[in-house]
Design a protein around this ligand. Structure first.
Ligand code: ZN
Length: 397
């Protein structure tokens, strides 16, 4: 039994904190003095790239899960752009086997591509979600609109309850702009707006499916959603679009992500829409590359699974969002999206944190294999003391 005494702990029914003694069923015996600490629901990150199999020099299930735990995340949805691509029953099973080495729960998203539509009925039995890379117009991950529609009609037909998650950038608009002079101009907000418009239409044609747009980045796409969004379409954004924009004073090589960091105006609108709950969820899009790959090959992506909850905690501490909003964004809504029903505090899953003061993020703090963060030198409320998952102590500091 784990006893946590005198802790200010979140109650999901009343949406408030209460100072109380908690007892968590466990094989371990431990008493924790919770005085001055707070108890929070665990994090569920619906968008990570743990890079295994194929790119283990960037991350793997062990290093990725340690980074996640240090940030209070105990379940993640891993994306399919690995090598081989996670696009078949066989490759999903291979990935799930590799993921057994992880210290957290790894859910696996299957890609929907031009070449696996006819296998979706079988894939649905083993995957946890689907990912559609609308922006890919060639290569193994590519899919055209006709095939997306075919896939959606199959999934509706088999009454799939797995979310279909979209990387929302229109490939034609990206192609028209591919020779522009910088990354931001090559991936304009119009690409995201047009993709979101198209996804909204699909969500009305297939009302029983769960549609989700990940890493929303632009005010334009937000405005499209305002006139088109239906109940079966949800959205997330990432801390990077709330904390940073094109002018932020962080190293240029760190900044490059897809979709790009946009203007200050976009950042403020995204932050406001997140604070009201119009953007329901937050995800990390944890996409690590080594420093060399970032600097020399100019690859897009940044780590983020460890920074995800500290970013939310910091928004709460700065008065930008309420605790209720933060917790539904990183825990309750992601649970619902992924059909998870065993991750609550009552089920023995809790983060115990000391959030009295912010700490400055440095390389030592970063647990991802790539050992860098866009948040280095910035203060975050990141002092997580314990992570308990299913009654087991996974992190103790
Ligand atoms: Zn991603």
């Amino acid at each position: 039994m784990i006893k946590i005494e005198n802790i200010e702990s979140w109650n999901n029914l009343t949406k408030d904190f209460y100072v109380q003694d908690l007892e968590i069923e466990s094989k371990e015996d431990l008493k924790i003095d919770g005085t001055g600490l707070i108890g929070l629901p665990v994090g569920i990150d619906i968008h990570v790239h743990f890079r295994q199999p194929g790119y283990e020099h960037k991350e793997d299930f062990v290093s990725g899960s340690i980074a996640a735990l240090n940030g209070g995340v105990v379940k993640v949805l891993d994306m399919p752009n690995t090598d081989p691509i996670t696009d078949s029953v066989k490759n999903i099973i291979i990935k799930k086997e590799l993921a057994k080495k992880s210290q957290i729960d790894i859910l696996v998203a299957s890609a929907i591509t031009n070449s696996n539509i006819d296998q979706l009925r079988e894939i649905d039995e083993v995957c946890d979600a689907y990912k559609v890379f609308m922006s890919e117009s060639f290569g193994n991950l590519s899919i055209n609109k006709e095939n997306i529609e075919k896939a959606l009609s199959i999934l509706e037909d088999i009454e799939s309850d797995k979310p279909v998650i979209f990387h929302a950038e229109d490939p034609d608009i990206l192609n028209e702009n591919k020779n522009k002079k910088n990354h931001l101009k090559q991936r304009p907000p119009e690409a995201e707006g047009e993709a979101v418009r198209q996804i909204s239409i699909w969500s009305s044609i297939y009302p029983r499916l769960k549609f989700h747009v990940t890493h929303l980045s632009s005010y334009l796409a937000l405005r499209v959603l305002r006139v088109t969004k239906r109940n079966n379409l949800t959205v997330d954004t990432c801390p990077r679009y709330i904390f940073f924009d094109e002018k932020s004073e962080i190293e240029e090589w760190k900044k490059k992500v897809n979709p790009p960091l946009r203007s200050e105006g976009d950042r403020i609108e995204i932050k406001d829409a997140f604070s009201t709950g119009e953007i329901e969820m937050i995800s990390s899009d944890h996409s690590p590359h080594t420093v060399e790959e970032k600097k020399e090959k100019k690859l897009s992506g940044m780590p983020g699974v460890q920074e995800l909850l500290p970013s939310v905690f910091s928004l709460v501490k700065r008065g930008e969002i309420t605790w209720d909003r933060g917790i539904e964004a990183y825990h309750s809504f992601p649970s619902k999206l992924l059909n998870i029903n065993n991750a609550s505090i009552e089920d023995g899953n809790i983060i115990i944190a000391d959030l009295k003061e912010a700490i400055f993020i440095d390389k030592d703090w970063v647990k991802s294999k790539v050992k860098w963060s866009a948040f280095e030198n910035l203060p975050l409320y990141a002092n997580i003391k314990y992570v308990i998952k299913d009654g087991k102590i996974m992190l103790k500091r």
